[in-house]
Design a protein around this ligand. Structure first.
Ligand code: ATP
Ligand code: MG
Length: 403
């Protein structure tokens, strides 16, 4: 068992000694069997939430209405969820009712895919009621039970299917894929934030091209914000030979580039996707660099206006798209060698301009500093106080002469 499971074993032992059943479940079991590293360990138990709370000193009610209690142990938190069934799904997303049950089988039955419906006992035995182990070996994503019914209950599962197809580089079993195609319009019932989360995870996955192709084939893409009418652009992304994105900024920069969006349209598009403002800002910056590379116009001033993160993203996106520099660090190295990387690094301040050079406070101060940044970046003047003062005096003289 991996370290993360070993650390959590005392919790299972305690539940079992009190007469309850307890298992590791969910993604950590799947990923361990695949030999992948795991992040969070989920525990499922026959104990009801109040029974879990009675057993452990330190717990947090992280989702008690769904049966989830976080058990704190040696600085770690373990989500411990009571076996449950779900019913209702009036809104195609959240079940109307959660019922706690004592049978593991009932809990596994409500899970989305066979590879996610495995339970691991402390002693290492795996409970596999739906041939999830076979599907893991064959690299198949298959709905538990009737796929048509399962996507009708919860439309987000369709995005989860393509996300796992990319993350694990698995195929989707034909009946499951057909059911996704049949239910794709239901995706419009799902909160954009949830689609966003799955879409970004899918695009960051190692088989993003496969995930995106599946979204196009099943028409899921048509029910995502701003993608309708862009099938060809999305297909272009899905056929890029080297795609290994590392963060959300890269994902959206690549999408905006291939959708041919202007900066303003990019902002609006990302707002519809409910993207965080700091991400939108970073994408627009990265997009400037990507477009500049396309037209071979990367100037020091542009790099100055960016930061290492957006330079990396903009460079990577250009590289994925076939026109970035061979060396992924090329622009970062140019950036590192800039004489200044921030207006505050100028060897002269607004205060110097006002107090030392008699300029009037106002917008002219900012403009003058900005011009000085340009001259320093162009290598015309050294970033040296005396040299910059001389430059300002020179500018004032020629301005007076032309009046
Ligand atoms: P990850 O590695 O991304 O955490 P995961 O499989 O653990 O993947 P979670 O969202 O953490 O995904 O969910 C944990 C488990 O809960 C899943 O493995 C699955 O068994 C079940 N599950 C999650 N979301 C759904 C859903 N929408 N419908 C049915 N079962 C779900
Ligand atoms: Mg998980």
């Amino acid at each position: 068992l991996p370290e993360e499971f070993k650390n959590a074993q005392p919790i299972l032992t305690k539940l079992e000694s009190a007469g309850y059943e307890a298992y590791f479940v969910g993604g950590s079991v799947r990923d361990t069997i695949l030999g992948k590293p795991i992040h969070d360990v989920d525990i499922a138990t026959s104990a009801y939430p109040q029974e879990v709370k009675a057993l452990f000193k330190r717990t947090v009610d992280t989702g008690i209405e769904h049966g989830t209690v976080m058990v704190l142990d040696h600085g770690n938190g373990y989500e411990t969820t009571t076996f449950r069934t779900e019913s209702g799904y009036q809104d195609y997303r959240r079940p109307d009712e959660v019922t706690f049950v004592r049978q593991l089988a009932d809990d596994l039955k409500r899970r989305d895919f066979t590879i996610n419906a495995l339970a691991l006992k402390q002693d290492g035995t795996v409970v596999d009621l739906f041939h999830g182990l076979d599907d893991l070996a064959a690299k198949i994503i298959r709905a538990v039970g009737d796929p048509e019914a399962r996507f009708g209950e919860d439309a987000l599962r369709m995005m989860r299917a393509v996300r796992f197809a990319s993350q694990l580089n698995f195929t989707i079993e034909p009946q499951t894929q057909k059911a996704i195609k049949d239910h794709a319009p239901l995706l419009s019932k799902i909160a954009v934030e949830r689609i966003h989360e799955e879409f970004v995870k899918m695009m960051i996955g190692p088989a993003a091209q496969r995930g995106l192709s599946l979204m196009i084939q099943t028409k899921l893409a048509d029910y995502c914000p701003g993608f309708i009418g862009h099938t060809i652009d999305l297909s272009t992304i899905a056929t890029l030979p080297h795609l290994q994105m590392t963060d959300e900024v890269e994902v959206w920069t690549l999408v905006a580039l291939h959708l041919g969006l202007s900066y303003q349209d990019t902002v609006e598009f990302l707002q519809v996707w409910k993207t965080a403002n700091h991400i939108i800002k970073a994408v627009v910056m990265a997009l400037h660099l990507t477009y500049a590379q396309q037209y071979h116009r990367v100037k020091p001033r542009l790099l100055f206006d960016l930061d290492p993160g957006t330079i990396r993203a903009g460079t990577n996106v250009a590289r994925y798209s076939g026109y970035g520099p061979e060396d992924p660090n090329q622009w970062l190295e140019v950036y590192d060698k800039l004489p200044i990387r921030n207006t505050r690094e100028l060897a002269i301040t607004g205060k110097d301009l006002i107090q030392g050079l008699g300029m009037t406070p106002g917008p002219a101060i900012g403009q003058t500093l900005d011009q000085l940044v340009d001259t320093v970046l162009a290598g015309e003047v050294k970033n040296d106080h005396a040299a910059l003062v001389a430059q300002v005096i020179e500018q004032q003289k020629s301005a007076n002469a032309s009046e």
